[in-house]
Design a protein around this ligand. Structure first.
Ligand code: EPZ
Length: 446
């Protein structure tokens, strides 16, 4: 059992204001993109989270200088002296992140070779990277698998190609973007991911001098150029963190203003939030989320690629659904094992049944296969405090919400993992009046 435990005394509605900054799923990728430039780049609205620190370390290992800018949350990245890095250092730095895979294209362009250690990431499915290597081979990269990782070579300049992804993978789309912009000729990517973070990465690359068009049918065309400059960019707000705090407000019967939250990237979430019975109010600086009183309504929820319901919104909202009247149906179609976290909610008193069938929606890749990827949530149920061990980032935040909504005290183990994607979450919990304490504080006050 890890020692980073948080004591959560439940039953207090979250009330107040917090601020979210740039998206965890864009900022590290924009930092990697700086490697492609012949001059320095400026990235603003950068959150202080572990994934950013991991990428900063990997960039510095490759000779990129990364320093603070003029304003808080600003980074200046200078790739003028890119150099090879030691394999063992890369391995040590990469730790539990998946981002190193996106260094391939930029390093192949800058150095003609790249090394990718074994990757980490949240255990919410097999998370293969076969699409990534398939597209890199099509650009002309030579890949050699060794026990310590994958070695990649570009014997000559990478060439544009025609690619169709078997599934609109965010990571594989980013891989193509970060490789095609300096490749020779035109690349056509069909069945691409079009998440807001992808669009923001395209904005970053266009600022550097890239030529990229997005068609309506998930086709992205990139005309390779010989040289890219630096960029000056403000990262889009984190719609995943914003939605997590919105779900926390609903499950705890609270009222939370999320400064920095933006309607445009959250339209699907806001529709679902309203269907469940949550209330929100949008202004220029952010969105207020609250529980308007009365019963919440059960819904049928199906996750999907953008503009569908984002899979990373699912786990925090499921906690709120345990408080809704009736039977909610959840069909997780993006990851095959992203409902395992519900067993701990059942220990707390929830009634959640898992199924292998594609419930309530369209058949997906996981139907007829041995994956418990659908759930029936019957509510409302009282939640009682419990001992919880955090399984992954969003599952972890959903445990915090459940513990805050529960009666009694919960011990939430492994909270350090939440630092990977939620900036200053302890301060934010306190700012919202949450009754939480770290064991050290508990003994001191006892
Ligand atoms: C990104 O992961 C995000 N992570 C995830 O957020 C997010 O859930 C996911 O996109 C989907 O929106 C980051 O941006 C760092 P994918 P990524 O490639 O790129 C399959 C969070 O909590 N697939 O779109 O790894 C894969 O197994 C995290 O913030 C292959 O089969 O996701 C999955 O079922 C969790 N082969 C599906 O595609 C491949 O080569 C979607 O994966 C690649 C993907």
């Amino acid at each position: 059992m890890t020692d980073d435990v948080l004591l959560v005394h439940g039953g207090t509605p979250l009330e107040g204001e917090i601020r979210v900054r740039g998206a965890k799923n864009l900022v590290p990728k924009a930092m990697v993109a700086a490697l492609l430039g012949s001059g320095p780049s400026r990235l603003r609205n950068v959150p202080d989270i572990r994934d950013v620190r991991v990428v900063r370390g990997l960039l510095q290992l490759h000779g990129v200088t990364v320093g603070p800018g003029d304003e808080a949350g600003e980074l200046v990245l200078d790739p003028s002296h890119v150099e090879s890095a030691n394999v063992a250092d890369i391995d040590a730095h990469a730790g539990s992140s998946r981002i190193p895979i996106l260094f391939c294209g930029p390093l192949l362009h800058r150095l003609g070779h790249a090394f990718i250690p074994g990757l980490g990431g949240c255990e919410i499915g097999g998370r293969p990277i076969d699409f990534h290597f398939e597209v890199l081979r099509q650009f002309g990269a030579v890949i050699e698998k060794r026990p310590e990782g994958q070695y990649l070579e570009a014997p000559q300049r990478l060439r544009g190609c025609k690619v169709r992804l078997p599934y609109p993978s965010v990571g594989a789309t980013e891989q193509v973007l970060l490789t095609a912009v300096l490749a020779e000729g035109v690349t056509e990517l069909a069945n691409a991911a079009v998440e807001p973070e992808i669009e923001d990465l395209i904005c970053v690359l266009q600022k550097m001098g890239a030529i990229i068009s997005m068609d309506t049918d998930r086709t992205i065309r990139i005309t390779g150029v010989d040289r890219l400059g630096g960029y000056n960019h403000r990262a889009l707000p984190d719609r995943l963190e914003s939605a997590s705090w919105a779900s926390a407000a609903l499950a705890t019967k609270g009222n939370v203003y999320v400064r920095g939250a933006s309607q445009r990237e959250m339209m699907t979430f806001l529709n679902t939030y309203r269907k469940v019975g949550g209330a929100f109010d949008i202004d220029e600086q952010g969105i207020r989320f609250w529980h308007p009183g009365g019963d919440l309504s059960a819904i049928a929820l199906e996750t999907d690629v953008h503009p569908g319901f984002q899979t990373d919104w699912q786990q925090p909202l499921v906690v709120a659904l345990t408080q809704a009247s009736g039977l909610s149906i959840v069909h997780e179609t993006v990851y095959e094992s992203r409902l395992g976290f519900t067993s701990a909610l059942n220990q707390m008193g929830a009634h959640i049944q898992l199924y292998r069938e594609c419930l309530g929606g369209t058949p997906c890749r996981f139907g007829q296969r041995n994956f418990l990827h659908s759930a029936v949530v019957s509510g409302p149920t009282k939640l009682q405090g419990a001992d919880l061990v955090i399984p992954d980032l969003r599952g972890g935040f959903s445990y915090l919400i459940a513990a805050l909504a529960a009666e009694g005290t919960s011990h939430v183990h492994g909270i350090d993992l939440i630092n990977r994607g939620y900036e200053n979450f302890m301060e934010k919990l306190r700012a919202l009046g949450a009754n939480v304490e770290l064991p050290a504080q508990a003994t001191a006050t006892a």
